[in-house]
Write a protein that binds this ligand. Structure first.
Ligand code: AMP
Ligand code: MG
Length: 349
């Protein structure tokens, strides 16, 4: 089976393709679609069999729960119950948008969708293609990222085709995504809301709305004393084929250190990739050098991260050195993904 691909933009939806894709989902099939964060692999969230198909297509462990996507505020009540007031408040402020909330689930959500948990992850995405598809599919679409398990999340339809093109029914191609990192996950099942996965909405922003917000201690260290609460954060994720090391410190020193390391490896006969920024691009002479975007424009760094990791897989380099990207707003989210991809190999220059 080869997936059929329908191209469209948020401004000009292909209504006919969305109707057909909605039918596929209602019939238990799988459709990949763009959201503002990354591409999702959708199945009917209320159909246990469809959820099993998602796990199989991705090669994802079945104890790693899926996010249920909705396209109307009031649909939250159908999949979640005992919703605390602060969760409602956050939804009012941040939905539609890159926010996922963990809440107690209702009976309509099968355990196959929640990885056996009594809680459910819910998101109302802002992307209009995603919203139209969810509505045409009957309002509840389970969707993890549309990549093969262990590969970087897809930020273009081409990435989805590369990983899943012959395992799913249809792909809605809405061009490159806007944000490029997965949604912020906030857990509301305990007293104080807790960030289980950092994303575009950072702790400062959440605290403006909610007051005190904790960060899951399990996501901060390489081998934390506590296990991350989100099952997906426990797996080794986003790992490029090459051995990736991050170098942090003042810009001049970082550039010098990466240049030295690259030269050493090249002298040993290895091929080297370098992830830098527009600001430092011309300071590197050896190796396969790729700029991730402008440091002065952190959104461009987030958007290009996964694409660059995929490019290096295609280039078959042996080692990659990356500058660190502790940018002001999304730095936590970017470094969380990059550190995981690097297996936490970080050098101080
Ligand atoms: P993905 O959609 O591939 O970005 O993955 C969804 C993420 O949400 C994974 O890290 C899951 O472990 C996490 N998640 C989904 N449902 C729950 C839940 N009920 N409790 C905790 N984490 C969840
Ligand atoms: Mg994922």
């Amino acid at each position: 089976m080869k997936a059929w691909v329908a191209k469209m933009t948020e401004e000009h939806l292909d209504e006919d393709a969305i109707r057909r894709a909605g039918e596929i989902l209602k019939d238990g099939g799988l459709v990949a679609f763009p959201t503002e964060t990354v591409y999702g692999l959708g199945g009917n969230a209320l159909d246990a069999e469809a959820s099993r198909k998602i796990y199989a297509a991705k090669g994802r462990p079945s104890d790693n729960p899926l996010i249920v996507h909705i396209a109307r505020m009031e649909d939250l009540e159908i999949v979640a119950r005992n919703i605390p007031d602060n969760a409602r408040k956050l939804a009012q402020e941040c939905w539609p948008g890159p926010l996922t909330m963990i809440l107690e689930k209702t009976e309509v959500v099968p355990l196959a969708t929640t990885g056996g948990l009594n809680t459910v992850a819910v998101r109302f995405p802002r992307n209009r293609i995603a919203q139209a598809l969810i509505q045409s599919a009957g309002d509840f679409v389970a969707a993890p990222s549309a990549n093969t398990s262990g590969r970087p999340s897809p930020t273009t339809a081409a990435h989805v085709i590369e990983d899943l093109g012959d395992r799913i029914d249809c792909i809605l191609d809405g061009g490159m995504v806007e944000i490029g990192l997965e949604s912020t996950i906030v857990d509301f099942t305990e007293k104080t809301p807790m960030i289980l996965r950092p994303g575009y909405l950072n702790r400062e922003r959440l605290e403006q709305i909610l007051g005190t917000v904790k960060v899951d201690p399990g996501i901060l260290a390489e081998e934390p004393a506590v296990r991350p609460k989100a099952p997906g954060m426990r797996y080794k994720h986003y790992a490029p084929k090459a051995d990736l090391t991050i170098v942090e410190g003042p810009e001049e020193k970082v550039v010098q250190k990466i240049r030295e390391l690259a030269e050493e490896q090249i002298a040993r006969g290895l091929t080297v990739g370098i992830i830098c920024t527009d600001e430092t691009r011309r300071k590197y002479s050896a190796g396969d050098v790729k700029s991730i975007g402008a440091r002065s424009e952190e959104a461009s760094i987030a958007r290009h991260l996964y694409g660059i990791l995929r490019e290096f897989d295609g280039d078959h380099v042996d080692v990659i050195y990356s500058e660190a990207f502790d940018t002001p707003k999304m730095g936590q989210a970017i470094m969380n993904r990059l550190l995981k991809a690097a297996g936490h190999k970080l050098i101080e220059a």
